[in-house]
Write a new protein. Structure first.
Lengths: 474, 630, 109
């Protein structure tokens, strides 16, 4: 029942918003709806911890009607992802400024997006998964294409086509696997996982799925849509993309690649791990001289998600658990980062780093919050991403020592680009753009509150997530 | 007892939170008092624990809760209080309290005084985390945390770009060391399946000497120590860190944080003694750093920079002690150094304060009449650091020197030279600042004033400590009771038992030689520098090899050329060429290529139905044909 | 029924095949060579019916009624197709006053 509510509520809210009847109250309505969904997901988490086999299942029994059986399932990994989604969407909605005057459709699309994302994370049936996977593209496409900045049409189309190409490869993989399932064929995850594919089959399946996920995550060299799309998208779109949508690809790795192609992951680590690792270093290096704040976030994010992928593919349970934990943390951090970016752009109308400066002297509250978020991004101990990155690197170290040491370089490079950026934006003398910078208002502080809370909560008590995941990872 | 040790962490954190969160509301005078009183409570608790640990001779383990726990990995938050950490507790809280008090006077006029005290309390919190942690990962929290506070405090006056650059540099260089530390924890966990310091020590003591894994671990740990304790090649951040307020330099960059590297090595002594290669590396790095730091200090003109290089040199000296296997000697020097270096920095701060933020010693002179108390305190510090008996520095240096001579005559002589360098740069400083005839600017400046009492009293306490602290362990020559060694002996018992005791104890004559000979040279050096610096109005600009030291061996320039420039270059190449041109170009080319092909193929659609029909018929024929032959 | 089959079978099968091939080829050539849409239409019918005839012949020779049943289906479909096709031609003629296919090239590119 909880699972249905999780899916239906956002959908209903979205439909209601699409009618446009709510007018000025759209934002508040969407906010309340998303908060309700968050409460329900907490309820799901509560139910989950008491479910005896650590799995929540919902079977809609539509076999007779549709010949497709809709089964929704939440296990530990899904729960983390659903929690992340339901936590971030209210923050994203709340962050939109009143002055921006977004139409009801904007909020409707966000709610639709939430529904699709929850669908992706809870479906346990390939076709359903695929439908939600593609459905999630539609709202973000329109958000970028309608409310975006420069070149918004061209870039959103490029983004759409790029990701659809990947999804198509995955679809072929899905259909191929379907033909391999014992008759009567089935699309359910279980029947796929029971296949025990031989190595020669695992390779093409891995390639098909990996292409889809690598584009979505994105991993080097499939990342070229990312910085552009972030840059063109309104900041809420960037948050949705970086905070949640990219995690779909990583979730896919956990959900499909690890159980379906264990031998490829175990044996081929020297083929694709160095490539991903190069992307990690590459993103961090580019971020050092990146003059645009939003693109800097994009490349920093490229580096971080690459590290998560490394952990997940390290074929080691430290790496996998660390990766999942880091999925959650990165979602929170990157949304926080974008929020800070938004606060700056809202007040100064520029996102060129060289135009900014001296903000810390006029806005101490903002400076503190920004500093915490920035430090969480470079995984300082006691912030959320430290534990994740530690476990990822530890897992990677078990697999390959040299790769782990090179990956460790990101903690240095991360400090370089983050501190360089923070110094130029926040310290020094005020520039023309930041002359009239005002500190955060109370409502803006409220938006930051859950993010800061999560940074420290996960940083100090990561065990509750880690132990939740323990069964699922095995 | 357990509650008290938890309170040690709670007080500074509470101080940080209250002052930090209520910065705006809080009265500027209140924050300093509040912060100081929290540290005072901490000092009381630390003294209590010290007494307990010393009396009962047991190690206190206080588990708090499990931090990371799943599968076979368990990393708890837990505190360990043994004699080593109790000693560090006293130093950090004691010196910390004095510097807090001093800061009340020093930072009085600053608008960010509340922020300052919040950071200071946060620093104490992280430093205590570092000291008290029972496992390497929790130690790493403190390790990075003090780095963060150092970053925040160096860049405390953030409007000035140079300060921020210095802060950034300190953080990044520390991070290089931190990577070494992190890799060490990976190897530790892979090898021992735990990160608990005591368990690892127990397991490691069973391994053979010269084990390669242990060597890798200790080398990586030492990389961390090199970063934190500013050793070659990662030392350049420490002099730059003087951009922060002077009390910060005294607390973080002289007395406590920078000695974390020594503490780390001492904590892991079991692993280090089992890895002779690492010990040699430590010895070499420590010696080179001590030598270079001392030589550079002679040619500096900024009062704080001289003290900073002196710190680098003294830290190198402590590492020499560690490398020679004299862990308690290094800890002893760490303790006395904390007192007199903090004193020197605070006195320098007093000078700077008196001269309204003038730091260049060339513009000073003749200050002994204008600020007599500061002069006296500075002199005590200088005597202590130069190793003149009966002040503290003499005793602790003596331990390391003895260890060096036991290691070999050459090593002993080098160590003596290093210790003598101290005399040169310290007395150069004293004579130029306090004795040289006043410069013209100074004569015109009538605002020169002695510091307020709230600054002088903490210095006085430190001065007393610098004078008497050495007597806990007089040289072997005079006394059989080795107070300090005995105190720490339970901590290092295991590691000392693992190496064969020193083969040849020094002959009594040699010990006398070590004792007398340097003193004579010190006297000579003081005389020579008096001659040279008091009468010489203008300092001679350095030439030849001197300029090499004056430019700190050009290390910054080398880094700029070898690391900074290439990384920026690669970053630009990646961004412009690889990312935009190659990768994005390829993706866009696929798009425009499709468009192009579509444009061309479109022309086949002539619109002429006859052509379509002909194409259709021939296509069908072709298909049939191929079906037949294939 | 019997008589029809025997009547069909009085002519050898090869003759049917040759005749139908000729008829079909004439249809193809008509489609390719003619420019008048109506004539092309008629040629298409010719091709269709040659196939029909062949179906009938084979059906009779193999004693399998399925072939003849198919022929009926084809005739029905062809009739429907003709109806639509002619209707299209009428529309085309009304707008362009010609049914020359070379004039009908507005849909190009």
């Amino acid at each position: 029942m909880i699972l249905v509510l999780l899916l239906i509520l956002p959908l209903l809210a979205s439909l209601l918003l699409f009618t446009g009847k709510l007018g000025k109250h759209s934002k508040n309505f969407a906010l309340v709806a998303s908060l309700v969904v968050f409460a329900i997901s907490l309820l799901a988490g509560y139910a989950f911890t008491f479910a005896h086999d650590k799995i929540l299942t919902l079977d809609l029994n539509l076999k007779e009607l549709l010949d497709v059986d809709i089964i929704l399932k939440i296990d530990a990994v899904s729960l983390v992802m659903v929690m992340l989604t339901t936590l971030l969407v209210p923050i994203i909605i709340a962050s939109t400024d009143k002055k921006e005057n977004r139409t009801p459709n904007f909020y409707a699309l966000i709610m639709l997006m939430q529904m699709a994302l929850i669908g992706v994370f809870t479906s346990s049936e390939m076709i359903l998964f695929y439908i939600f996977w593609e459905l999630a593209l539609i709202p973000i496409f329109f958000i970028t294409a309608l409310w975006g900045g420069e070149n918004k049409k061209k870039i959103s189309v490029k983004f759409l086509i790029y990701t659809v190409v990947g999804s198509f490869a995955m679809l072929i993989g899905i259909l191929y696997l379907y033909t391999l399932t014992p008759a009567p064929h089935s699309f359910s995850f279980e029947s796929f996982f029971q296949l025990k594919l031989p190595y020669s089959v695992q390779v093409p399946v891995f390639l098909a799925f990996f292409l889809a996920f690598a584009i979505k995550i994105p991993l080097f060299p499939f990342h070229s849509w990312q910085a552009e799309t972030y840059n063109a998208s309104p900041v809420q779109g960037s948050m949705l993309l970086a905070g949640i949508m990219l995690k779909m690809g990583l979730y896919g790795i956990i959900r499909f690649i690890l159980p379906l192609c264990p031998d490829v992951v175990a044996g081929g680590s020297l083929i694709f791990l160095p490539l991903i690792l190069f992307g990690v270093i590459y993103g961090a290096t580019i971020a050092i001289t990146q003059p645009n704040l939003k693109k800097l976030i994009a490349f920093a994010s490229l580096s971080h998600v690459g590290l998560i992928a490394l952990g997940l593919l390290s074929n080691n349970h430290y790496g996998i658990e660390g990766g999942i934990l880091q999925l959650f943390s990165h979602g929170v951090n990157v949304v926080g980062f974008f929020l800070c970016y938004y606060m700056i752009v809202k007040r100064t109308n520029t996102d060129k780093i060289s135009d900014l400066g001296g903000i810390a002297s006029v806005a101490p509250k903002f400076a503190t919050i920004f500093l915490i978020i920035v430090l969480a991004n470079i995984s300082l101990p006691l912030t959320n991403s430290f534990v994740g990155e530690f476990l990822i690197l530890l897992g990677l170290f078990q697999t390959n020592k040299i790769l782990a040491i090179i990956a460790g370089l990101t903690i240095i490079l991360g400090a370089v680009y983050i501190l360089k950026m923070y110094q130029k934006v926040m310290y020094g003398e005020r520039s023309a753009a930041t002359e009239k910078f005002t500190d955060l208002t109370f409502s803006e502080m409220l938006v930051f509150l859950p993010i800061i809370a999560m940074i420290f909560l996960v940083g100090i008590f990561p065990s509750f997530i880690l132990q939740l995941l323990e069964g699922a990872v095995k | 007892m357990e509650l008290i040790s938890i309170l040690l962490l709670v007080f500074p954190l509470l101080g940080f939170l209250t002052i930090g969160l209520f910065q705006k509301q809080m009265n500027r005078n209140l924050s300093g008092v509040l912060a100081s009183s929290f540290i005072f409570l901490n000092l009381v608790a630390a003294a209590f624990l010290f007494g307990f640990v010393t009396a009962s001779n047991q190690t206190l383990e206080v588990p708090l809760f499990d931090w990371i726990k799943f599968g076979d990995i368990t990393i708890p938050f837990a505190l360990t209080i043994d004699r080593l950490s109790a000693l560090m507790l006293l130093i950090v809280n004691g010196v910390g309290l004095l510097i807090h008090l001093y800061s009340i006077g020093y930072m009085k006029e600053d608008e960010g005084v509340n922020r300052y005290f919040a950071y200071l309390n946060l620093f104490i919190f992280f430093m205590l985390t570092l000291i008290l942690s029972s496992n390497y990962l929790m130690l790493f929290i403190g390790w990075e945390g003090v780095g963060l506070c150092s970053y925040l405090l160096i860049g405390f006056w953030f409007k000035d770009r140079a300060n921020n650059d210095a802060a950034k540099k300190a953080f990044i260089m520390n991070r290089i060391g931190d990577l070494g530390f992190l890799i060490a924890t990976f190897i530790l966990f892979t090898t021992f399946k735990t990160l608990s310091i005591s368990e690892i020590a127990a397991k490691a003591s069973l391994m053979p000497s010269g084990d390669l894994t242990l060597m890798a671990i200790t080398l990586c740990l030492f990389v961390g120590a090199v970063g934190k304790s500013a050793q070659i090649p990662l030392f350049t951040w420490l002099p730059d860190a003087m951009a922060g307020p002077t009390p910060v330099s005294a607390l973080i960059h002289a007395a406590t944080m920078v000695t974390a590297g020594i503490y780390l090595v001492a904590r892991s002594s079991v692993m280090f003694v089992l890895s002779p290669v690492t010990m040699d590396v430590i010895l070499v790095i420590g010696t080179v750093t001590a030598l270079a730091g001392g030589l550079i200090a002679i040619y500096q003109n900024d009062i704080k920079k001289i003290l900073a290089y002196s710190t680098v040199s003294q830290l190198g000296f402590m590492f020499m002690g560690l490398g020679l296997g004299s862990f308690s000697g290094a800890m002893f020097h760490l303790t006395t150094h904390a007192f007199f270096k903090a004193l020197l920095f605070l006195a320098a701060g007093s000078v700077i304060h008196a001269l309204s933020n003038e730091q260049d010693i060339r513009k000073m002179g003749g200050l002994r009449h204008k600020i007599p108390f500061t002069f006296a305190l500075f002199l005590i510090g200088a005597i202590a650091i130069s190793g003149i008996p009966p002040f503290a520095g003499f005793f602790s240096k003596e331990v390391i020197l003895t260890a060096a001579f036991e290691h070999g005559l050459g090593m002993g002589l080098i160590a003596t030279v290093i210790s003598l360098l101290t005399t040169i740069y310290m007395f150069r400083l004293i004579f130029v600042v306090f004795f040289k005839p006043e410069s013209k600017e100074l004569q015109a400046n009538h605002h020169v004033h002695e510091s307020p009492k709230v600054m002088l009293y903490p210095m006085a306490v430190l001065a007393i400590l610098s004078m008497i602290a050495g007597f806990v362990q007089p040289p072997k020559l005079f006394s059989e009771t080795q107070g300090f060694d005995n105190y720490l002996s339970p901590v290092f018992a295991k590691s000392n038992s693992l190496v064969a005791a020193s083969e040849h104890a020094l002959a009594v004559q040699t010990e006398w030689m070590i004792f007398i000979f340097p003193l004579l040279i010190i006297a000579l050096l003081i005389f020579l520098s008096y001659k040279r610096f008091v009468n010489n109005k203008e300092l001679v600009s350095p030439t030849g090899i001197q300029s090499l030291f004056a430019h700190k061996l050009y290390v910054d320039e080398i880094y700029d050329f070898c690391i900074l420039k290439p990384v920026t270059f690669i970053s630009d190449i990646f961004r412009e060429l690889l990312d935009q041109t190659v990768i994005n170009g390829f993706v866009n080319a696929v798009g425009s290529g499709t468009l192009f092909v579509g444009k061309k193929i479109r022309l086949l659609q002539t619109g002429n139905v006859g052509v379509y029909l002909v194409l259709m018929v021939f296509s069908i024929i072709a298909i049939l044909f191929f079906n037949i032959i294939l | 029924m019997e008589t029809t089959i025997t009547q069909i079978q009085t002519i050898p099968l090869q003759y049917y095949i040759l005749f139908c091939s000729a008829l079909f080829s004439i249809g193809v050539i008509g489609v390719l060579a003619k420019r008048n849409a109506l004539v092309i239409f008629m040629s298409v019918e010719l091709m269709l019916n040659s196939a029909n005839l062949l179906l009938t012949a084979f059906s009779a020779y193999r004693n399998d009624p399925a072939g003849q049943i198919f022929v009926f289906f084809i005739m029905v479909v062809a009739a429907a197709e003709v109806a639509i096709g002619l209707a299209l031609l009428v529309v085309v003629y009304r707008s362009t006053h010609t049914i020359d296919i070379n004039a009908l090239n507005r849909l190009k590119w």
